[in-house]
Write a protein that binds this ligand. Structure first.
Ligand SMILES: [Zn+2]
Length: 109
């Protein structure tokens, strides 16, 4: 079974259009509700607003994009090299030190 989307998960790239057609950057989930997520790339200045999507279809696309290798760079530009500024990731979410999974798959989103 596919793991539920969790704060800290990175959704790579286009994500099959789950965030709209102009969305190509990787984002990290910062909040989740019953059928919605808010995700951001904290280093992006040009956009300035979080990415939001909701509904089963979109979230399934996000799960797919999360579980595929990053199409933008290897390792993902949102990799976990930086020290967190706050403790939000330690509040019950998963361990983010796991490197990008599935290096054998070459699928591009
Ligand atoms: Zn990525």
């Amino acid at each position: 079974m596919t793991a539920p989307l969790t704060p800290g998960d990175i959704i790579h790239g286009f994500a099959h259009g789950a965030f709209g057609r102009d969305h190509y950057h990787c984002v990290r989930i910062e909040a989740v509700g019953p059928d919605w997520i808010v995700a951001r790339d904290p280093d992006r200045d040009d956009e300035g607003h979080p990415s939001f999507t909701s509904g089963r279809r979109s979230l399934e696309l996000c799960q797919e994009a999360r579980d595929k290798p990053c199409p933008n760079d290897a390792p993902c530009p949102l990799g976990n090299s930086r020290q967190p500024l706050t403790s939000w990731l330690t509040q019950g979410s998963r361990d983010l030190s796991i490197p990008d999974a599935h290096p054998d798959s070459k699928d591009q989103a």
